[in-house]
Design a protein around this ligand. Sequence first.
Ligand code: NAD
Length: 278
Amino acid sequence: MFFSDNNKHLKMDKKLKGQCAIVTGASSGIGQAIAIELALNGADVAINFHSNDEGAADTLQQVQNAGAKGILIKADVGREAEVLRMYEEVYKEFNTVDILISNAGIQKDNPITEMSLEDWQAVLDTNLTAGFLCAREAIKEFQKRSIPQNEKRSAGKIVFISSVHDIIPWGKRTNYTASKGGISMFMKSLALEVAAKKIRVNSISPGAIRTNINDESWKDPEEAKKMLDLIPYKRIGDPEDVAKAAAWLCSDDADYITGATLYIDGGMTLYPSFEEGA
Ligand code: NAD
């Protein structure tokens, strides 16, 4: 059969063809970009969202434009009953799931003495407990598959979207950093627990990425300059910088990678203040 160079290129790009992904918090920012990138790589996508109906509809349109199937699932992933319903809806539409991107996240910043238990709990629920709930259900499905140990493909993939603040402390954000630090050990322990079942579990820890979560920082020129001082590569990241890495991490090209954290941060974790030496 003859393939033109262009067709060959398209064929090679569809590394996730035939797979189904769930992306949580996919109505904006990094989650939206990942949903679209997975679709461009051939995966069908369940687009979870919480409150931004318009953003979710935009994601769905772009997933379909990429030639993939998409469904919208409104659910608060910090609540067990809603996560169980989300998976039921996914199975009704796609029968199974191959990829989980646990991305939903919030910040509720305050000095420790002013931080309410409610704000502490809300951040832990959305950023950490949601990862546990979604991963538990995904793994129940993944472990139904039996893949020979020496094959370079896995029974399922999970990627947690964590943060550089899983290792960089951050004042007035103790709830956020506790949640992201928690993801780090949860991810590694889970990766160890399910590796022999040929299930891969990894994290991506972004640095400063231009999204709604930090718009106060990059919209104000003074704040943006302060942010750039923390980035040796001297540019604020785009959601696509994270999305392309997530799609690769979910592909069989990354089959030997499990229990790893990929920092996508323009060097933010390289101790920028040491650039010039002591
Ligand atoms: P964002 O605010 O655009 O996206 C967060 C998404 O999570 C939103 O779509 C929101 O609706 C959704 N969400 C919130 N609570 C939810 C819930 N209970 N159930 C379902 N969905 C819910 O911001 P973003 O920057 O795209 O954030 C995505 C992830 O990336 C977060 O986990 C965030 O902590 C992480 N992150 C972002 C940056 C950055 O610089 N933007 C850096 C490091 C880590």
